[in-house]
Design a protein around this ligand. Structure first.
Ligand SMILES: [Zn+2]
Length: 269
């Protein structure tokens, strides 16, 4: 009898271990999953990537709400379904007074700005090509002394007019402070002196997860370079459209806008 009970516990334990999720199903957050012997994964009917060892990411945009379905089809054709109910969260307003030049760029820069957007868009298409799991390094803060000056998701009102919400987190600091990669990654793009972003770095953490570090005084990495979590990648600054020295850290899963702070509590064992 004892043998049977132990055997039963072992089997249920194995089944329980087969599927793992890290993270919370809520807006502006990602979930990392691990399942053995995957054939295909669908997230709201669209295929998502998974690695050979069964890791995958899916996530919810800041503006997502309603029901989301995850379907895992295993190699033996068995199917596992999950359904997530996502509610829209309320974010506070932030009123900013900026010079007219800061709100709408002078005409002479419009061509430069258009060209810069095109460069970033082109670089981001490469996110769709890889299946890497650099993100399994886990996540750490991009600066040593953490002082948040503007949270993710604030509804920005510039000179009385509602604008796009704040799609990242601002860390206050001094010009020249070290800026670190939040996870292992490949450098997808390095921008110099862009109108909005200033000097900036875009990192690819695999399977669509990416992070961007804006307004740097100096970029210290090159395109296609591999970097480790916590590695020095640049120096904090105030380049581009910035009102003072700070790091703007943005995170996306493909085009879904993720609150960077949600990553730092993720424990991947
Ligand atoms: Zn910002």
């Amino acid at each position: 009898m004892r043998f049977i009970i132990i055997f039963f516990l072992l089997i249920t334990n194995l089944i329980a271990q087969e599927i793992k999720f890290f993270g919370e199903p809520k807006s502006a957050s990602i979930i990392i999953g691990k399942v053995d012997s995957i054939k295909k994964i669908l997230f709201n009917s669209g295929k998502i990537k998974f690695s050979n060892n069964g890791y995958f990411i899916f996530g919810f945009d800041k503006e997502d709400e309603g029901e989301f379905e995850l379907t895992i089809i295993k190699q033996n054709n068995s199917t596992i379904n999950y359904s997530y109910q996502i509610n829209k969260e309320k974010f506070e307003n932030q009123e900013l007074r900026l010079s007219k030049k800061m709100v709408s760029p002078p005409k002479k820069y419009l061509k430069k700005i258009k060209n810069e957007f095109a460069q970033i868009k082109k670089a981001r298409t490469k996110l769709f090509e890889n299946n890497n799991t650099y993100y399994l390094s886990g996540f750490s803060m991009p600066v040593k002394n953490v002082r948040i000056t503007s949270e993710f998701g604030l509804n920005r009102i510039l000179n009385g007019t509602p604008k796009n919400f704040h799609n990242g987190v601002d860390f206050g600091g001094s010009i020249g402070d070290s800026v670190f990669a939040i996870a292992d990654a490949k450098v997808l793009f390095v921008g110099n002196n862009f109108y909005y972003n200033g000097n900036f770095i875009l990192l690819d953490h695999g399977q669509g997860l990416n992070s961007v570090y804006l307004h740097l005084s100096k970029n210290l990495v090159n395109k296609n370079q591999q970097v480790k979590k916590g590695e020095l990648i640049g120096l904090l600054g105030s380049t581009g459209r910035s009102t003072g020295p700070h790091l703007h850290l943005g995170v996306q899963w493909f085009n879904k806008r993720i609150d960077p702070m949600s990553l730092f509590n993720l424990k991947l064992e």
